[in-house]
Design a protein around this ligand. Structure first.
Ligand code: PLP
Length: 389
């Protein structure tokens, strides 16, 4: 039986076209983009082309992009860069974010506490949506940054980014969105989204791991967080990952050229999965927003079973999924996202995330529903908690 990969929110395999775009910069054109001779100039040209192509998709100018080592670095750079720029000019020390951000945002905000910054972590509703009026109400005269993710990595809920951006702009507060999960699935036009800073990561849209970017709107009060050489116009020192960046551009271009078809495919499989699970498995519940969710994201809670046990049962049948975010699986603490939706810790332990992708088929989904249905039935049969209900 071939393995079924349903963890595209964790990462994706690099597409062959993307490998083709990368290979020359790993092999015969492996020059350093800062070198002045022909190999260096070729690498520089690859970076320039990649920057142009990505900027066009974001509706930005090429010089507004800053290449990073991935989503985590982009989030760190965005948040620390705005916070310390504010500190330098003697502005406020208050940040607003949400309780369901990725740890790349949450832990960065927590880390800033030691420098006297204070963060408000806004609650979300049962579907994982933050209310723009809560954002507005949380603003104080000390607020310098609002950071709200575009789409959640565990439950797929999409936030009203453009609306929050309007509020931030009216109050002249920098607005960052972690668009890592939205990349390759949702509109990334920074003008329409009203964002000042936006983070992306290539490995979520069939590009390579370890490469991402930060968009910084001109005039945004932000300062570089990585000192070194003059790369990235002095905003991020370090030799550029030419092959990775060329791969990211190729992957993003492919994703947006085929956006409609890819999303129709992902959504059809996601809905088949959701319907199969909810109709076939008793005491199961969809988490996240019923409609405002990523086209590929299905996330569930199953009563009286541990998500980790479900994962092991699926793994034995070569079905790969996640019990929350990939970064926290392995730790048995309930997910901060599911508990923020208002579920009790014991309910949150029964969470499972299945995220569809390009290579999945209807047959695979049907097989997954069958395996999941019997796995949960046998796990519950062994569970004392289930026996007493
Ligand atoms: N932000 C979100 C919403 C994510 O889902 C992830 C990765 O899972 C990240 C940030 C971190 O990105 P990277 O793995 O490129 O560091």
């Amino acid at each position: 039986m071939e393995p079924v990969y349903l963890d595209h929110a964790a990462t994706t395999a690099v597409l062959p076209e993307v490998v083709d775009a990368m290979l020359p910069y790993l092999t015969q054109r492996a020059g350093n983009p800062s070198s002045v001779y022909a190999w260096g100039r070729e690498a520089r040209r690859a970076l320039d082309d990649a920057r142009d192509q990505i900027a066009a998709i974001l509706g930005a100018r090429p010089q507004e992009l800053l290449f990073t080592s991935g989503g985590t670095e982009a989030d760190n750079a965005a948040i620390k860069g705005v916070a310390f720029a504010a500190r330098q000019r003697g502005a406020g020390n208050h940040i607003i974010t949400t309780q369901i951000e990725h740890h790349a945002v949450l832990h960065t905000c927590e880390w800033l506490d030691q420098f006297g910054f204070e963060t408000t972590y806004l609650p979300v509703d049962r579907h994982g949506r933050v209310s723009p009026s809560d954002v507005e109400a949380a603003i104080t005269d000390q607020t310098v940054l609002i950071s709200v993710m575009y789409a959640n990595n565990e439950v797929g809920t999409i936030q009203p980014i453009a609306e929050i951006g309007r509020i931030a702009r009216a109050r002249k507060i920098a607005f960052h969105t972690d668009a890592v999960q939205a990349g390759g699935a949702l509109d990334l036009n920074v003008g329409r989204l009203n964002v000042d800073l936006l983070s992306l990561s290539a490995h979520k849209f069939y590009g390579p791991k370890g490469v991402g970017l930060l968009y910084v709107r001109p005039g945004a009060r932000w300062q570089p967080q990585q000192q070194g050489g003059a790369q990235e116009r002095n905003r991020r020192g370090g030799t550029e990952n030419t092959a990775g960046i060329a791969g990211m551009a190729a992957a993003l271009k492919l994703a947006y050229a085929n956006l409609e078809a890819n999303n129709i495919h992902a959504r059809a499989l996601r809905d088949r999965l959701i319907n199969g699970v909810l109709s076939g498995i008793p005491q199961s519940e969809l988490t996240g927003h019923p409609t405002e969710r990523l086209p590929n994201s299905a996330s569930f809670l199953f009563k009286h079973v541990e998500g980790e046990s479900i994962l092991l049962s699926l793994d034995m049948k070569e079905i790969f999924a996640s019990s929350g975010s990939a970064c926290t699986s392995g730790a048995l603490e309930p997910s901060h996202v599911i508990t923020a939706l208002g579920f009790a810790p014991e309910e949150a332990r029964g969470s499972l995330r299945l995220t569809t992708g390009m290579e999945n088929t209807r047959d695979q989904i049907d097989r997954v529903v069958d395996v999941l249905t019997s796995a949960i039935a046998s796990l519950r049969a062994m569970s004392p908690a289930f026996a007493v209900v």
